[in-house]
Design a protein around this ligand. Structure first.
Ligand SMILES: CCCCC/C=C\C/C=C\CCCCCCCC(=O)SCCNC(=O)CCNC(=O)[C@H](O)C(C)(C)COP(=O)(O)OP(=O)(O)OC[C@H]1O[C@@H](n2cnc3c(N)ncnc32)[C@H](O)[C@@H]1OP(=O)(O)O
Ligand SMILES: CCCCCCCCCCCCCCCCCC(=O)OC[C@@H](O)COP(=O)(O)O
Length: 317
């Protein structure tokens, strides 16, 4: 998937960050907080993981539904990805337990948190801003109101092993609306990512203070997006790591290993002349193709969940 983004579509990913923090990226454990408004934001995240050598140890707090996506979801299960049901009563123990398992992870990892909990849509935004109003919080223009419990439990459980929070804000040039289908069709996009490294010690220990800290972080992220919309760039210098050839080499290697025998098999099937065999092969190929289309659909915002639409009772305390 990374090879498709970087080498097939040629999408450019530019990093804006502080040069003093740059040498630490990939050399420490970190909690990444990213906005969730684009269908390929996770793919851009993977690209940066690849460039800093932590692709294999990239983790995320993901909705449970993704564990059932064929191949990718099963793989995530074995990669110690943390899954949640987005029901706090059930998640509070399971998420904490999965995070504890990460404490002795043998490689440097990045743990991704989409604190908004779901992807941005105008309707979800309107409802979450009603919740913000009820809580006496300022309005956000480009983000949903962040859910604070997952962030608090992550900080609490990874404190002492994660060194920092990487506050990451992603946007695309020229109001591009990137899609996975676009990438697979070879369309080139231009992603810009602004990363601020915040030492974990500066995140408060107390739950209410930690929640207030996160709300303030999202107000700042909103102002960065505002800056981007006005000027076409994020504040701060560009420190972009170049794409590396490994994902391409990996992809070419596996394509040869898989496609060559598959091609031979197909040729044999066609030359067999058996209508039944050819029909069965056609049904299998169509099913795989429909399965892949369904998987791509998982990335599409207009096929997204209703989470964040049904408003929970507002707590005014
Ligand atoms: C740049 C580098 C990138 C590095 C990349 C690294 C790794 C990449 C690896 C893999 C990539 C894979 C990509 C897969 C992506 C998959 C991502 C997802 O699945 S996102 C969805 C799952 N994740 C989350 O939901 C995380 C955020 N959520 C939380 O933290 C939640 O708190 C929770 C722990 C999930 C619990 O959920 P629950 O619904 O029960 O939430 P809360 O109890 O928090 O909700 C009640 C709370 O919210 C207020 N409320 C109610 N309605 C709304 C609303 N509409 N909007 C906002 N807030 C609302 C309500 O008043 C309560 O408030 P309070 O807490 O004050 O009581
Ligand atoms: C050679 C190329 C072959 C191409 C094969 C293409 C295979 C396609 C693989 C699809 C990968 C599926 C990964 C799904 C990741 C989706 C991440 C995501 O963004 O999830 C959304 C959640 O965060 C929130 O969900 P909502 O509440 O918004 O709903």
């Amino acid at each position: 998937m990374v090879a498709a983004l970087e080498w097939w579509s040629g999408t450019e990913c530019t990093l804006y960050t502080d040069p003093k923090s740059y040498p630490l990226y990939g050399n420490e454990n970190a909690i990444v907080v990213l906005n969730h408004a684009f269908e390929i934001d996770f793919l851009c995240g993977w690209t940066f993981c690849e460039r800093f050598g932590v692709l294999g140890s990239s983790k995320v707090l993901a909705k449970k539904e993704l564990a059932y996506v064929p191949v990718i979801g099963w793989m995530w299960y074995f990669l110690e990805i943390v899954f949640c049901k987005r029901k706090w009563e059930e998640d509070r123990t399971t998420v904490a337990q999965s995070l504890q398992n990460l404490r002795d992870y043998p490689e440097n990892y990045w743990f991704l948190l989409y604190c908004e909990g779901t992807r941005f849509t105008p309707k979800k935004h309107q409802i979450s801003m009603q919740v913000a109003e009820g809580k006496g919080l300022p309005q956000l223009k480009y983000h949903l109101l962040p859910r604070t419990k997952g962030f608090y439990v992550t900080v609490q459980n990874l404190r002492g092993t994660a060194a920092a929070v990487y506050d990451s804000t992603l946007n695309f040039r020229n109001n591009e609306v990137p899609t996975l289908l676009g990438i697979l069709n070879g369309k080139k996009y231009h992603a810009d990512l602004y990363v601020r490294r915040i030492p974990l010690e500066s995140v408060p220990d107390d739950e209410a203070e930690c929640a207030a800290w996160l709300h303030k972080l999202y107000q700042e992220k909103d102002s960065f997006q505002d800056h981007y919309t006005r000027t076409g760039r994020f504040p701060g210098p560009i420190m972009s790591p170049p794409r590396r050839p490994w994902s391409l080499i990996n992809w070419l290697f596996w394509s040869c290993v898989v496609l060559y025998p598959l091609g031979l098999l197909l040729a044999q099937l066609l030359s067999s002349g058996s209508v039944l065999t050819i029909t069965a092969a056609g049904v299998v190929c169509s099913s795989v193709s429909m399965g892949i289309r369904w998987m791509i659909g998982q990335t599409e915002i207009d096929k997204g969940s209703n989470y964040g639409i049904k408003t929970a009772p507002v707590n005014n305390n």
